[in-house]
Each structure stands twice: as structure tokens, then as C-alpha cells.
Design a protein around this ligand. Structure first.
Ligand code: PA5
Length: 434
């Protein structure tokens, strides 16, 4: 199937001229070679490039069988992980699930290891300490990130009091490095099952590996459909002409806007199910680009909600912003505006219209207003909320951010700055030297 995710750049025209586009195209040609060659500069972490097409049937079956086992034998799956080992799975689950959970649903997925809050942890312990059956998926490539490591320590202690050794070995599953790290060591000692995060796939590029696939399969998501959509985007990226490649267009335009002092990008969705996808994008772009004193600051907004908070600032504040709208073209459901004879709210003029039709008019009105207010904007159109298009959008943003990092002249695949707070925290905690 052809790629049906599209990029509308018409509202960029007042801000960027053709000669700028031509000049960045030459740079993109070089970036394209570096990326697709799969080796060269920073090439050790390009394993994610072919995850969609290279994921084996055996691995997919193993993930699906494990997910079925988890659904059958537990009420709660606890996913422990942070950053790239957390957000992709959550984004996918929230994107595809109904927006309101029903009380009678008996299988739930909770996330922890994403903070150091004693209140969050205690509230979670109270929920799992009600006789519910539990599985735990600890997701950490290094196996030593503080937040998930502490969460696991607390949950492991709980599991040891709740289950015998054999049950624990069945109910704790690690997604981690093939050979290295504390989790791998513990798994070998205790006989825990492990899924592998490939060596050449960094955390924030790992959503299409077992990192994202196992929790999503547990949520009932069709992971084969998801990988098909990602593979379609992979084929598109590798086969289409560079000047027509929408991921490169997006990366190139961002870079040109950055050069004209638009230092903040707001990725704005017009659908509540996009919230965690926006969070995933924020992490992907912030950790990839923010280094060597360079960065486009990735901010997110949930419209129309945030039009009543950020809207004023975007329309009339400092002109250092550009926007990308993420639009789901077709909602899953239709809700029509009812008729009231007395027209108490004077809304009869839109009676019979679908709510989504009005949402789309709000999007168009916003794009027009922000363009005339001096905020360049473009729009990514996703045909619908489906695993197939979710796969496509993950891959699209991964390619775009890698290309964008190369254009900025930074290593897109490391995150050395994250260590600074950790080192200070370890000193304050008086951690013994290792
Ligand atoms: O993108 C990254 O590499 C990071 O966001 C990591 O995913 C995050 O820090 C978690 O690391 P780990 O999986 O080693 O626990």
C-alpha cells in the first residue's frame, strides 16, 4: 500500500522562499546518503532504520504468545521504564484505545518507573495489593536507570511477598540489552524471560522493537498491522525522490525556520488520543537535537483545549515559534449536533453537522490565524487512528528527527547531557564509587 500520510506545507510559503528550499535540498542529499548508507558518521545506532521490514515472524509470534499469556493470567500488566523505554508504548496504547476506560474492563496496563514520587508509588501499590494477578515488564536497555531501577526494586519486593519463586519467574519479563547490564544478569540468575533491545537501536528509536511491541500487544493492538504500516513508510522513505520525501521536507523546513530564529516548534494535535504521541515526539526530538548549544525547543499542545491557554501566546507573543499540526483526517465515530427549537445557545446554524467537521474548521481557522499572526505552520495528515498509520507515523518522525539532527550537525543518537543531573543526584545521595 502506498504511503497515505501527507505533509501540507502551503502555510510555510509566506515565510520561506524557493531559493532557501533549493539550498537545503543540497544538504539533504548528503544527509540522505549518510542515513541510508547505515554506516558512516554516527552510523552505529541506525539499527532502527530496518526494524519494520526486518522483524522476524518468530519474534512477532513470541511477542503475541507472551501477550496472550499475560492477558490470560493477569489483571494488571505493570510496565516499568522511562524516556524511550516508556513513551512509545504508552503513546500507541493511548492513541488506539477508547478514551474512557470502563470499570468492568478486567485487564489493565499501568506504567511506573517514570518518576520518583512516593505518592504515585504508594497509590500504585494500593491498587495492585487488592488480590489482583500481576505481570511485570521491566523495560530498560542499560538496566541501571535510576527511576525504573527503584520502581523495580519496590515491585520485586512486593512480588516476592505475593508469589513463589516459580510464579515470579513466569511473571517478571525483562526487555533489555542482549548481553550487558544488571537486568540481564538478574534474568540469567533467576530464570526470568527476556526480550532483546538490539545493540544498534537507541532508547528513543526503539518503539518498533519489543520495547513498544510487547506492551502494545498486551493492550490488544494488532502489532503486525503496526509493523506493516511502518514498513510501508520505510519503503516510501527509501524509494521516493528526495525532493518529494515528506520526512525530509519536514526536517528541511524545520531547519530553515530555525535559521530564521524560529527556535520553538509546537506540535499540536486536534484529538485527545494524540496526547502521548505528542509526548513521545517531544522526547524523541528533545534528546536528539538539544546539544552543542543547538536545538529547536519541542513544545506540544492539545487543541482545541490549549487554544484557551497557549492560543493567546501563539497568536500574539514573541515571534520565535513555528507550528506543526498533527491531524487525524477521519474519526472513528460520528457525533451529530442536535436541534433545539428554542435555539437557546444560538447554535442551530450548525445543527446536523458532525462534531469532527467543526473540529476541522477549528483547525483550519487556527492555521489561518497563526499564519497571519506570523507563525509559520505545516500539517501532517494521518488518515485515521489505526495500528497501520500509527506504525507509519512512528517511522516518519524517527527518520525526520535523524535527518534533522544531521542537518543541525549534531550526533542524533546520544544524550550526554542527561548524565549531569544524575551525577549531582548520586553525589547528594553519597553513592559509593563503583
Ligand atoms: O532515548 C534514550 O536513550 C533515553 O530516553 C532512554 O530510553 C532512557 O533514558 C531510558 O534508558 P534505559 O532504557 O537504559 O533505562
Amino acid at each position: 500500500m502506498e504511503n497515505k500520510i501527507t505533509l501540507d506545507t502551503s502555510n510555510i510559503k509566506p515565510f520561506i522562499n524557493q531559493s532557501q528550499i533549493d539550498s537545503i535540498l543540497a544538504e539533504i542529499v548528503t544527509v540522505d546518503k549518510k542515513l541510508k548508507k547505515g554506516k558512516g558518521e554516527w552510523g552505529d545506532f541506525l539499527g532502527w532504520l530496518h526494524l519494520p521490514s526486518n522483524t522476524t515472524k518468530t519474534l512477532i509470534s513470541e511477542i503475541k504468545n507472551t501477550a496472550q499469556e499475560i492477558q490470560k493470567n493477569s489483571d494488571i500488566l505493570l510496565c516499568i521504564g522511562i524516556g524511550g523505554s516508556y513513551l512509545g508504548a504508552r503513546a500507541g496504547i493511548e492513541f488506539l484505545s477508547p478514551l474512557f476506560k470502563r470499570d468492568e474492563e478486567n485487564f489493565k496496563i499501568y506504567f511506573c518507573g517514570t518518576n520518583l514520587s512516593s505518592d504515585y508509588t504508594k497509590d500504585l501499590l494500593d491498587i495492585i495489593n487488592t488480590g489482583k494477578e500481576l505481570y511485570v515488564n521491566v523495560i530498560s536497555k542499560s538496566g541501571s536507570t535510576t527511576e525504573p531501577a527503584l520502581a523495580f526494586r519496590i515491585i520485586y519486593d512486593f512480588m516476592k511477598r505475593r508469589y513463589n519463586k516459580r510464579e515470579i519467574a513466569k511473571r517478571i519479563i525483562f526487555t533489555t540489552d542482549r548481553k550487558k547490564g544488571r537486568l540481564k544478569k538478574l534474568a540469567s540468575k533467576e530464570g526470568f524471560r527476556t526480550f532483546v533491545i538490539p545493540d544498534d537501536v537507541g532508547g528513543r528509536f526503539s518503539v518498533l522493537s519489543p520495547v513498544g511491541l510487547l506492551p502494545m500487544a498486551c493492550a490488544g493492538i494488532d502489532i503486525e498491522g503496526l509493523l506493516k504500516g511502518a514498513a510501508c513508510m520505510e519503503r516510501y522513505i527509501f524509494r521516493c525522490k528526495i525532493e518529494e520525501n515528506i520526512a525530509y521536507q519536514y526536517a528541511g523546513i524545520r531547519n530553515l525556520l530555525y535559521r530564521s530564529a524560529k527556535f520553538i516548534e509546537i506540535l499540536a494535535g486536534f484529538h485527545p488520543s494524540l496526547h502521548y504521541l505528542l509526548e513521545w515526539w517531544k522526547q524523541l526530538f528533545a534528546e536528539t537535537e538539544g546539544k552543542d548549544s543547538k536545538a529547536i525547543f519541542p513544545a506540544i499542545a492539545d487543541f482545541t483545549t490549549d487554544l484557551h491557554s497557549l492560543g493567546q501566546l501563539i497568536q500574539e507573543g514573541k515571534r520565535n515559534i513555528f507550528e506543526t499540526f498533527l491531524i487525524i483526517d477521519k474519526p472513528l465515530n460520528k457525533v451529530k449536533i442536535p436541534y433545539f427549537k428554542e435555539n437557546f445557545d444560538e447554535l442551530n446554524y450548525i445543527y446536523g453537522k458532525e462534531l469532527d467537521y467543526i473540529d476541522k474548521k477549528a483547525y483550519q481557522g487556527t492555521a489561518q490565524a497563526h499564519t497571519s499572526g506570523g507563525v509559520p505552520n505545516m500539517t501532517i495528515h494521518v488518515p485515521e487512528r489505526s495500528p497501520y498509520y500509527l506504525g507509519g507515523i512512528y517511522y516518519f518522525f524517527e527518520i525526520a528527527v535523524a535527518a534533522s539532527g544531521y542537518l543541525l550537525g549534531i550526533n542524533p543518537f546520544n544524550q550526554p547531557g542527561v548524565e549531569a543531573y544524575k551525577n549531582n543526584m548520586y553525589k547528594l545521595l553519597k553513592r559509593p564509587a563503583t
